[in-house]
Design a binder for this molecule. Structure first.
Ligand code: SF4
Ligand SMILES: [Zn+2]
Length: 322
């Protein structure tokens, strides 16, 4: 059985070195590891808030959870960018909670199911040995039309139309819609992307904000930003995704098997597809690759932060116990 999630297969499509080092062997840059940890803490807080009924009381529990998760998982002292500090990100989240009480949400809370790790077999007769893995932030019914949709929280440095446009074709969301429809036994063709901007809020104690008429320190929370992006998929897109995912998952599984089977396998034998596809531009492994990708460099330049979702052993064990 091949277990694969979207991140690993998408990385494999863009660069085999990236897919194997990040998702197979579990190494990433220190900066990326911090930003992932902040994102995970935010997801935990959002989950607590929505599960708690999106009330003022739920906000208190969510902020408490955020503090615990952030403190436990975000390390690095001066490595942390100011925008990702506990103070800055907590202020953004507080404002998000205040603006999203139960009656302001776009989906029905009582229909919703929140954060869950899913493993769904692609059993389509072509590739029965592939299981799609995903961490779904939510599945809920939309208030405006009663249809099911996937909820996906994203935290990022800057939300603009260029960043938002990626979700209209993203294989991750197509896969999540397909997985949600398999779980529910009903079609799910839409997704709401909750894009929360973790940029540095203004906080000048002297300068006055023209918009709010007080100093930036006093109105900083009012400058928190987010956007809800509504995306849909047609049935043919989902069918195409299944074919593409199967192909990539099989190739990724095979490549990973080769690397795992040989302790002496040299990472620097893997193709650097990123230099052809342009993936290097935004790749956190740039320094590692620039220095020759030697295995001895991994503990020096990278951090071991295993991609827990794709740990096949976790799912195999679960299958055995069932
Ligand atoms: S820097 Fe480029 S070649 Fe290296 S892993 Fe990233 S995308 Fe691949
Ligand atoms: Zn202001």
């Amino acid at each position: 059985m091949i277990y694969a999630d979207n991140s690993a297969t998408a990385a494999f499509a863009a660069c085999k070195t990236k897919a194997i080092v990040r998702y197979g062997l579990g190494y990433t840059s220190i900066a990326e590891s911090v930003s992932m940890a902040v994102g995970r803490a935010a997801h935990a807080a959002l989950d607590t808030y929505l599960r708690g009924g999106a009330t003022e009381k739920a906000q208190k529990s969510a902020m408490g959870r955020y503090l615990v998760e952030y403190t436990n998982h975000v390390e690095g002292g001066e490595e942390i960018e100011e925008r990702l500090s506990l103070e800055n990100t907590s202020t953004v989240l507080e404002k998000w909670f205040e603006a999203h009480r139960e009656d302001q949400l776009l989906f029905y809370l009582d229909s919703a199911d929140f954060e869950q790790d899913v493993a769904v077999k692609l059993d389509d007769g072509i590739c029965p040995e592939i299981t799609f893995l995903g961490r779904l932030d939510g599945i809920a019914k939309l208030k405006h039309n009663g249809k099911w949709c996937v909820i996906e929280h994203k935290t990022t440095g800057f939300v603009n139309s260029y960043w938002s446009s990626q979700w209209h074709t993203s294989s991750q969301l197509t896969g999540y819609m397909w997985a949600a429809s398999q779980i529910l036994g009903e079609p799910v063709m839409g997704c709401l992307v909750d894009a929360i901007e973790f940029s540095l809020l203004p906080g000048d104690p002297v300068r006055k904000c023209k918009k709010h008429g007080v100093t930036y320190r006093e109105c900083k929370k009012e400058h928190a930003k987010w956007e809800w992006i509504n995306v849909t998929r047609a049935p043919w897109q989902i069918e195409q995704w299944k074919r593409d995912f199967s192909r990539l998952a099989m190739a990724y599984g095979k490549a990973l098997e080769t690397v795992n089977a040989d302790p002496l396998y040299c990472i620097d034998e893997l193709p650097m597809d990123g230099t052809f596809t342009g993936a290097c531009r935004f790749c956190e492994l740039k320094d590692f690759c620039g220095m020759g990708r030697g295995k001895n460099l991994m503990p020096l330049l990278l951090k071991h932060d295993p991609w827990e979702l794709s740990m096949a052993a976790k799912w195999e064990k679960k299958g055995e116990n069932e």
